[in-house]
Design a protein around this ligand. Structure first.
Ligand SMILES: [Zn+2]
Length: 418
C-alpha cells in the first residue's frame, strides 16, 4: 500500500476552508411549474440572478409538471421566494443551508485518512488506488492510460477480468459530471467487489471468467479535482473556451450524437455547453477513441451519473425509439427490479428523451449508434433530499443496490453475445 497518511485529511481541510464562504446559507429550491406561465417565471428568475440548475441540467430544459431543483446564492434566496410567492408558484426548500449539508456529507464512520470504499476519495487517492488494486490483483486487474485531460492528468482505465482468449467486454465509466461524487465511488466499489468476491460469488466469477470489464473510474478528472479544491458544485470540464471568460464543456453533450441540436447550449457560460465541436474535449475524445478501437469486443456500455434514480437507454437526442427498444426496456425493467429488491429504492426506467428530457450529445446515444446495442445510463441516488451531496453513509447501500442491476445487465449480455 502506498498511502500518504494525511493526504486526504489535508485535502478536506483545504476544501472546507475554500468552500465555507462560497456556499454559506445558499439554498436549494424545488418547484414543479404547473403551466407555461410558471415555466416563464423560472426562466425570468434565472435571467435575473445566478441560478444553478441541479435538475434538469439547464433552465432551457424546464417544462410544465417537471420537478425542478435549483441552487440560489444566499443573498438572493429571499428575492426568489418572494417572486415565487407573488406569482403563486408552489415551492419547497429542499436544502435550507447548503454549507451545513456539505459538512454533513462526510458522515462516514470509517476512520482512515487514506482510501476507503465508504468515503469520498479525492483524485490523488483514487489515482493511487488504481495503481494499488492492479498491483495487488495482477491476475484480475490491469491499469492503462487512455489519454490525458486538459490539465494533463493521465486518464486511467482498469481492465477487470480473468485473462482468456477472444473475450468480449463491457465498458463502465464514472465521473462524467464533476459534482456527482457518488458516481466514481461506484466504479471503485465495482472493482472492489470483483477482486474480493472472485471465486466466491458464482455470478460475478462467471462474469469475470467470460467477460472483461473496462472500468474508467473518473472521466472528468480536472472537474473532479476542482470540486475538491474550489467549487463543490462544478459540473463541466476545466478547458478554456476561446473568446469567452467562461470555462468548461459539458462532457455529456460533447459526443457526436445529434450534437448540440437539442437540450444542449452553444453558450460556453451555460452548464450544458456542448463544446466547440463533437469530441472537442480531450476526455471525450480519449473515451471515444478507446471505444472505437475496441468496438469488436465491447458488447455493452454503462455510464454512471447522479441523481434521480433512473435507468435510461437510447435515445436522448431524438424521440425515435431504438431498434431493440423492447429488449432494452425488458432489461431495464428486470435490472431495476433487482436493484429495488435490496433496499426498496425506487427507480424509473425508459428512453432518455421521454423519461426525462431530450438532450443531444450524450455518450450513451453515441455508443449505441456505434453499434453497441446494450447502452445504459444510471442516475444513482437520491431524488433530491441531498442531490449531489449525498452523505457518505449512503455510499455502501447505493453501490450494493446498483451492483445488482449492473450484474443483471452483464449477465444478460453474456447470455446474448453478438
Ligand atoms: Zn451527470
Amino acid at each position: 500500500m502506498t498511502f500518504a497518511p494525511n493526504q486526504q485529511l489535508n485535502c478536506c481541510i483545504a476544501w472546507l476552508e475554500s468552500s465555507v464562504t462560497e456556499h454559506h446559507r445558499q439554498k436549494v429550491f424545488r418547484v414543479i411549474p404547473q403551466n407555461d406561465e410558471q415555466v416563464e417565471i423560472i426562466n425570468s428568475l434565472s435571467n435575473h440572478m445566478q441560478v444553478d440548475f441541479w435538475q434538469p441540467d439547464s433552465v432551457t430544459l424546464v417544462r410544465p409538471k417537471m420537478q425542478v431543483d435549483f441552487r440560489v446564492e444566499a443573498d438572493k434566496s429571499f428575492e426568489v421566494e418572494n417572486l415565487l410567492k407573488e406569482n403563486g408558484v408552489e415551492y419547497r426548500v429542499l436544502i435550507d443551508n447548503l454549507q451545513a449539508a456539505l459538512d454533513a456529507q462526510f458522515d462516514s464512520k470509517v476512520r482512515t485518512t487514506g482510501h476507503s470504499y465508504e468515503k469520498y476519495n479525492n483524485w490523488e487517492t483514487i489515482a493511487a488506488w488504481t495503481a494499488d488494486i492492479a498491483a495487488q490483483n495482477p491476475d484480475l486487474v490491469s491499469r492503462s492510460v487512455i489519454g490525458e485531460t486538459y490539465e494533463g492528468q493521465p486518464i486511467y482505465l482498469l481492465q477487470v477480468g480473468k485473462s482468456g482468449e477472444n473475450k468480449k467486454a463491457i465498458f463502465i465509466d464514472c465521473g462524467f459530471h464533476a459534482r456527482e461524487w457518488i458516481s466514481p465511488a461506484f466504479c471503485q466499489w465495482f472493482v472492489k467487489e470483483a477482486v474480493e468476491t472472485y471465486g466466491k460469488d458464482t455470478v460475478l466469477t462467471t462474469l469475470l471468467n467470460n467477460l472483461d470489464f473496462y472500468v474508467l473510474p473518473v472521466v472528468n478528472i480536472d472537474g473532479y479535482v476542482y470540486t475538491w479544491t474550489n467549487d463543490r458544485m462544478w459540473r463541466k470540464t476545466r478547458s478554456k473556451n476561446a473568446g469567452s471568460v467562461c470555462t468548461g464543456t459539458d462532457l455529456n453533450r460533447n459526443f457526436n450524437a445529434g450534437w448540440c441540436t437539442i437540450g444542449a447550449s452553444d453558450n460556453p457560460c451555460d452548464s450544458t455547453y456542448c463544446g466547440s465541436a463533437p469530441e472537442s474535449e480531450k476526455e471525450s475524445k480519449a473515451l471515444a477513441d478507446f471505444i472505437r478501437e475496441h468496438l469488436s469486443t465491447i458488447q455493452a456500455y454503462v455510464t454512471i451519473h447522479s441523481y434521480s434514480q433512473l435507468l435510461l437507454f437510447p435515445y436522448s437526442y431524438t424521440y425515435s425509439l431504438p431498434s431493440n427498444y423492447a429488449e432494452l426496456e425488458s432489461i431495464a425493467r428486470a435490472a431495476t427490479k433487482q436493484l429495488t429488491s435490496l433496499y426498496k429504492t425506487k427507480y424509473t426506467y425508459g428512453p432518455g428523451a421521454t423519461t426525462i428530457y431530450a438532450a443531444a450529445g450524450g455518450s450513451d446515444d453515441w455508443a449505441y449508434d456505434q453499434g453497441i446495442k446494450y447502452s445504459f445510463t444510471f442516475e444513482l441516488r437520491d431524488t433530491g433530499r441531498y442531490g449531489f451531496i449525498l452523505p457518505e453513509s449512503q455510499i455502501k447501500p447505493t453501490c450494493e443496490e446498483t451492483l445488482l442491476a449492473v450484474k443483471y445487465i452483464a449477465n444478460y449480455v453474456l447470455e446474448h453475445l453478438y
